[in-house]
Each structure stands twice: as C-alpha cells, then as structure tokens.
Design a protein around this ligand. Structure first.
Ligand SMILES: NC(=O)c1ccc[n+]([C@@H]2O[C@H](COP(=O)([O-])OP(=O)(O)OC[C@H]3O[C@@H](n4cnc5c(N)ncnc54)[C@H](OP(=O)(O)O)[C@@H]3O)[C@@H](O)[C@H]2O)c1
Length: 289
C-alpha cells in the first residue's frame, strides 16, 4: 500500500538533453519504469531527447533508477504511484506538469503477470493481475488525457503477444492484455478528431530482470516461467521498437517473428494455432508453468 510518506518526487538535475534527437523537448510518462522494459524505454526516450517521469510502487527501486538515469545525464523525475489507484495517477500526472509543464507521451507499461491455472487461482489473485493490466492502463490515461489532447500527443499501451491468442496458465494476464488492445482500438475511433495517437505494442519473450516476480495461484511472488534464451529479445531491443512505434504513431506493433507468426496463424488457421499450443503444453510444460 502507498502511504503519504512515499509520496516523493525527485527533481531532475541539469542534464545532457539532446536538443536534436527525435524526441527533443518531449515530455513522457512511462508507468512501471523503475525496472525492466519500462526502465529501458525511459532510458531510450531520454537518449532521444525526451524528459521522462519514472514510476513504480517501490520507493527504493524507483529512487535507484532515478539516480542511475540522472547520473547518466538525463532529465528525469520520479513519482511513487500505484497505477491501479486513480488518485495516484492524478498525482503522477501532476508530477509531470509541475516538473516539466506538459505531457506529450504516455506509455502504460506497468503490469503484474502470473503463472497459475485458472482452476487453482484464488479469485483475488485473478483480480489483482487483471486490475494491474486494465485499470493500470485506464487510470493513467484518464488522468493524463486532457493534457495529451492539448499537445496532440501519443499514447502507447504495452500488451503482449499472449493477447493474440489464449495461453495456458496466463488467464487473467491474457484477458487484461487483450482488453487493452481492444481499448486502444475503441479510443482511437472515439478520439479520432483530437489528433491524439493511440497505439498498442504486443511484446514477446524478453530478457527479464533477475529479480522479476509474477504471482502464483495463491498470490505468492515466484520467478517467471522458463523462456528459451534464443527466443528472447533484450530489453534495449524492445525499447527501440517501442520508440519506433511512438515516432511513427503506429496503431499496432507486434514484436518478434514468433509474435507475428502467432497473429498470422490465429487469423488464418486458429485450430492449427491451438494444436501447436496444446502440443507444446504436453511436450514442454515448463514453457507455461
Ligand atoms: N518480459 C516479457 O517477456 C514480456 C512479454 C510480453 C509483455 N511484457 C510486458 O512488458 C511490460 C514490462 O514487463 P517487464 O518484463 O519489464 O516486467 P517487470 O520487470 O515486472 O516490470 C513491471 C513494472 O511495473 C511495475 N508495477 C507493477 N504493478 C504496478 C502498479 N500497480 N503501479 C505501478 N507500477 C507497477 C513494477 O514495479 P513494482 O511491482 O515494484 O511496483 C515493475 O517496475 C509489461 O506490461 C509486461 O506485461 C513483457
């Protein structure tokens, strides 16, 4: 739980802002950027000239990431906020406005993942995973929307290739990631006249921080399921793909050949796609569990 004690923000020190990078002068919020892909996306945005508001729930980890990027000479601020709490998201947005004066880019990246079969899962665990992926996307956008419309800015929801089909042991996660993909489509239609870009990036297997944890059926933090290293992209590669997506104001980006094959097969031969999942589930159960 957040307390007011954790309600801190770190002012940026003077920076090596790139005045000629593709994101020069842009102000971005990246949720869940104290670690993992979010941190690398924030770093890549900074390298391309943006100033970034970092976010997470852990005061210590966020302070470390803010310190690291500041030491690298970048223009960052940090706001401890739980993105499943709307009041926290209002504070996150206010941090961006107070520190940098505007918001051009929102990347909703914060997420809790899982490894548990639906039949075993405690209902509140399902809800926590779903909330972090759905309301953790809806609330930051609700809080930032007027400011993003003012700048004809850009919104990117981070989803997963597992939103493109079903994935055993990922029910709440897949449902949440599919929900935000549909939300992006609906909002793009509703907000078509505003000039706001709304897109979704479906990420595939990516190298994880060694301390990354997901929830088991009882809500205990456990290491993520085994992913073959040869199928993983680095966080920096994924961050570059996210930046390209934002720069080109793309509607949908699917990361990795496996992801594109997944999307293709589920469109033209969904039974074959299911057969592949069920076969790999029988033969390489540790890929899922
Ligand atoms: N890694 C992969 O293979 C992969 C594959 C497909 C999609 N993705 C997606 O890529 C994104 C980043 O994943 P990752 O691998 O970098 O995961 P990660 O290392 O676990 O990072 C997720 C970040 O979100 C934060 N977070 C979680 N719940 C939050 C909340 N309610 N409020 C604020 N922050 C919250 C976490 O911090 P705290 O928990 O400390 O608050 C953490 O910093 C996620 O959306 C994920 O679903 C990743």
């Amino acid at each position: 739980m957040l307390t007011n004690e954790l309600d801190t923000r770190t002012q940026p020190t003077r920076q090596k802002t790139l005045s000629n990078g593709p994101f020069a002068g842009k102000i971005a919020i990246v949720t869940g950027s104290e670690s993992g892909i979010g941190r690398e996306t924030a770093r890549a945005l900074c390298r391309a000239g943006a100033s970034v508001v970092l976010n997470g729930r852990s005061k210590e980890r966020l302070a470390q990431t803010v310190a690291d990027l500041t030491r690298e000479g970048y223009s960052v601020a940090g706001c401890v906020a739980d993105v499943t709490v709307f009041a926290d998201c209002e504070r996150l947005v206010q941090t961006a406005l107070n520190t940098f004066g505007r918001i051009d880019i929102l990347i909703t990246n914060a997420s809790i993942s899982m490894r548990a079969y639906f039949a075993d899962m405690q209902p509140d665990v399902f809800q926590r995973v779903l909330d972090s992926n759905v309301y953790g996307t809806v609330y930051p956008l609700k809080a930032a929307l007027p400011h993003l419309i003012d700048t004809a800015g850009s919104v990117t929801f981070i989803s997963s290739i597992s939103a493109l089909n079903g994935m055993p042991s990922g029910s709440a996660y897949c449902a949440g990631k599919a929900a935000v993909a549909n939300l992006a489509h609906t909002l793009r239609l509703e907000l078509a006249d505003t000039g706001l870009h709304i897109g979704v990036v479906h990420i595939g297997f990516t190298q994880n921080d060694p301390d990354k944890r997901v929830l088991d059926a009882d809500g205990r933090p456990v290491p993520i399921a085994h992913r073959p290293p040869r199928l993983q992209k680095t966080q920096a590669q994924v961050a570059d793909i996210i930046l390209k997506h934002v720069r080109q104001r793309r509607r949908r980006t699917i990361v990795s050949g496996l992801g594109k094959l997944n999307a293709f097969l589920n469109t033209i031969a969904p039974r074959l796609a299911d057969w592949i999942v069920l076969t790999t589930l029988r033969r390489w159960r540790n890929l899922y569990e």
